[in-house]
Structure formats: C-alpha cells, structure tokens
Design a protein around this ligand. Structure first.
Ligand code: ATP
Length: 254
C-alpha cells in the first residue's frame, strides 16, 4: 500500500548541504501497522513528510496504493493519505471549534452531509456531539489527539502517517489512544506508517518495524523478532536493550 524506493532528500545547498535521507526503501502492506524507529534526527519524520507532501524536493519513487506520488500535493492524495502529528494542540487551530475543524476538510473537498459526518466521526473516536462547539483549549490532551485523529480520518483515507501520536500525552492516556488507533485500523482496514521512539508502542500496536540510523534503513523486521531480541543489527539490539530499562511493557517480555 505504501512503497518508498530509493528515497533521498537533502536540505540546503552546496557547502551547507545536509543530506538527511539516503536511499530509503520501505514497503508497507495494506492493513499493516508499520513502525519507524531510530534515534532522534535519523530521518523518520522526514520520510512521513515526503509521503504527506509536506516536503517535495525529494528524489526517488513514492507510491500509495500503487499510484506514484507527484512532487506536488493534490486533492487525490489528501483523500488517500493523512498525517497525525505529535502535538495535537499545535496542530489544531486554537480559534476554531472542533465542529469547524472537522468540517473544513469536507468543505474543501466539496463533500456533503457534513454535519452527519462530523457527528459520526466524533463518535468513532469516542467523543460525543457536544464536543462540536468546544475549542481545543477546552479539551484534555487525549481528547485533542482524538480530534486530530478524527480530522485525519474525516476524508476516509486508506493510509495514516502517524508521527509520535502518543508521546505528548500522559502515560495513562497513551494506551487509550493506541487502543483507539488499533480499533480504527481494524474497522477500516487502514494502513499505518507510524514514527515512534517508544519500543513499547511498537510492541503494543505494530506488525513490522524498520530501524533507521543516520538517514538510512538499517533493517526491517517483524515485531515478534524485535521483542524476542532476535534482531540482526547490533544497533537494533542496543535500542531494544536500552528500552528495557525504561519500558515496563517490553521488560515484561524478558
Ligand atoms: N525543514 C528542515 N530544514 C532543515 N533540516 C531539517 C528540516 N527538517 C528536518 N531537518 C533535519 O533532518 C534530519 C532528520 O530530521 P527528522 O525530523 O526526520 O528526524 P527524526 O528521526 O524524526 O527525529 P526525532 O525523533 O527527533 O523527531 C535532522 O538532522 C533535522 O535537523
């Protein structure tokens, strides 16, 4: 469903040129939850932003649902793929009500029965219709991330690009949001590509994972292999080892 072939991307020019992606290859199947892990600055978010059309100076080949992606974002891509960001507060317009926030993409795409769609989407993410008249600052962090997920899904995309969707939330709320994402994925047979620092999140929700370092994919493996500490690359084993000291979910697997 998502194909990334030899993706390269640099920022800056000449002497100040900084290459951040080197021949990145990924292949995510329909209905799969695929994690992207690796140290800070390894290029994970940049891969998502290329797929979302937020960066368009990349080289290589990108495709979603077997359709090659252009360097410009268009309406077709918005209907196919949407992104959810780490910080739901920053990504929701502070002076728009939740109803307006959810209705706007429908208006832009000329989709009817908007009120009904907004209410039904709110219910799908565990919020009731009363939330329509509220503003983002009147919501908890978890409720705001539910709204961000609702906004991403309102155009009924097949693919969600999730950038650390739970890392800005209280630990108690993280599992709720992960469970919601997992339920929504199953209901809609959605495909997720999810960036995370947290191998506990990977173990909870992902089927496969790619490990990135310095702009390259080091290895791709299924989550059982990762959790059982059977990764091939020493860097991956080091990541798992480091996370065991902090992450109760993975530590339980020992
Ligand atoms: N708009 C930009 N202009 C210049 N450099 C950028 C830009 N966006 C990202 N970079 C650089 O690209 C590299 C990869 O960044 P990216 O955000 O993809 O890393 P990441 O693996 O997602 O890290 P983190 O886990 O900390 O979010 C970093 O060195 C970053 O400084």
């Amino acid at each position: 469903m998502i194909t990334v072939n030899n993706l390269n991307l640099s920022f800056g020019e000449d002497g100040a040129r900084n290459q951040v992606l080197y021949d990145v290859n990924l292949s995510v199947k329909e209905g799969e939850i695929f994690g992207l892990v690796g140290e800070s600055g390894s290029g994970k978010t940049t891969v998502l932003k290329c797929l979302a059309g937020l960066f368009n100076h990349w080289q290589g080949e990108l495709a979603i649902n077997a359709k090659p992606l252009d360097h410009r974002i268009d309406h077709t891509r918005c209907r196919l793929v949407q992104m959810v960001f780490q910080d739901p507060y920053g990504s929701l317009h502070p002076r728009h009500t939740i109803g307006d926030i959810l209705e706007e993409p429908l208006q832009i795409h000329g989709i009817g029965q908007r009120q009904q769609r907004v209410i039904s989407m709110l219910e799908k993410v565990g919020l009731n219709r009363a939330f329509q008249t509220r503003y983002p600052h009147q919501l908890s962090g978890g409720q705001r991330q539910r709204v961000a997920i609702a906004r991403a899904l309102i155009l009924e995309p097949r693919v969600l690009l999730l950038d650390e969707p739970t890392s800005a939330l209280d630990v108690s709320v993280q599992a709720e949001i992960l469970n919601l994402l997992s339920d929504l994925q199953q209901q809609g047979n959605l495909t997720y590509l999810m960036v995370t620092h947290d191998l506990g999140v990977v173990a909870h929700i992902c089927h496969r994972v790619a490990v990135m370092q310095h702009g390259k994919v080091l290895e791709t493996l299924d989550v059982d292999t990762l959790v059982a500490d059977r990764a091939t690359m020493p860097y991956t084993r080091m990541l798992v080892d480091a996370s065991r000291h902090y992450n109760p979910a993975l530590a339980e697997q020992e």
